[in-house]
Design a binder for this molecule. Structure first.
Ligand SMILES: CC(C)(COP(=O)(O)OP(=O)(O)OC[C@H]1O[C@@H](n2cnc3c(N)ncnc32)[C@H](O)[C@@H]1OP(=O)(O)O)[C@@H](O)C(=O)NCCC(=O)NCCS
Length: 272
């Protein structure tokens, strides 16, 4: 959707303060630890764009809250596995030899959205060290959340997602659906189903200041059933849904522990 289309679909501009009020009405409270996924265009036109959305989130959780978002960089992965788009096989060794090592300060994110870009560039934000599925956090719990982040099983219990689960973070889907709900990958790591398997992934990283290519285990996850799983979770009544912005935008807020526990039970019976 272009900005012109967003304006046409908007009854009146949303602002930092109107968005913060929407978030509080939804159930975001001071001190919350949030895992946020956003689509700004789904909120209607916002005065000040992504910066205003980020500030509204920070206003809603206050100084004792911690704001986190995935900061994934899928293009820093093993090139033979790329499908969207694929690259010619002859390029694979060049990519492995030449791609810059993942650097939390420099490596761009892929498809995380404009609000995530603003969070990444906030001077207080900390980003974890995983080359493809890093997570970033701003607030009192940030240091605890982002370190360590082992390369193996990057969205498992030893990752920032595992520690967000321990803190019982709240998941906030701001204008996006469950297909973007990263926390469900933690449940995939915990659950078992017949075709569950791990793949060998590879990335360039900095170890002791030197660039090297490392290989690690990654769960071959699948987001295709995340939407029906999200609908089933909503039926438990544990998900709060409310309006956000002025273009029919919806926000969903849910406790991460209950969500992950539900999904961990759901996968074995629905991925037979
Ligand atoms: C990919 C994704 C970010 C695209 O959403 P989007 O709304 O198109 O993109 P952004 O949030 O970056 O917002 C930019 C868009 O907002 C609109 N926009 C521009 N100015 C605006 C304003 N002031 N107010 C509101 N919207 C505005 C424009 O349409 C702009 O798109 P354009 O840059 O192509 O013109 C979103 O669908 C998504 O997937 N978000 C979740 C990411 C995530 O957490 N993934 C985890 C996966 S495990």
């Amino acid at each position: 959707m272009s900005e012109r289309e967003v304006i046409a679909a908007t009854s009146g501009p949303a602002t930092r303060s109107s968005l913060a009020a929407d978030l509080r009405a939804l159930g975001v409270t001071p001190g919350d630890v949030l895992v946020v996924h956003t689509s700004m265009s789904a909120l209607g036109w916002v005065v000040g764009g992504a910066q205003a959305v980020l500030l509204a989130l920070l206003d809603a959780i206050g100084p004792d809250g911690t704001l986190t978002m995935p900061s994934h960089s899928a293009d820093r992965s093993e090139p033979s596995r790329w499908s969207n788009p694929p690259v010619p096989e002859a390029w694979w060794p060049v990519i492995r030899d030449e791609v810059p090592a993942f650097d939390p300060a420099l490596t761009p994110m892929s498809s995380m959205g404009g609000v995530a870009e603003v969070l990444l560039h906030h001077p207080g934000t900390m980003r974890s060290a995983h080359p493809t599925v890093s997570h970033m956090a701003l607030g009192p719990a940030a240091a605890h959340l982002v370190e360590p982040h082992p390369f193996d099983r990057g969205m498992g219990d030893e990752s920032p997602l595992g520690r967000l689960y321990e803190l019982d973070a709240k998941v906030l889907l701001l204008g996006v659906g469950h297909a973007n709900n990263t926390s469900l990958h933690l449940a995939e790591h915990r659950a078992e189903w017949p075709s569950k398997h791990w793949i060998r992934q590879g990335s360039a990283v900095l170890l002791d200041g030197r660039r090297c290519w490392v290989e690690y285990d990654e769960l071959d996850g699948d987001t295709d059933d995340f939407e029906p799983l999200g609908e089933a979770f909503a039926a438990t009544g544990l998900e709060q849904v409310g309006p956000v912005g002025h273009a029919g935008g919806r926000a969903r807020l849910m406790p991460m522990r209950a969500l992950v526990d539900f999904a961990t039970m759901w996968f074995p019976t629905h991925r037979a």
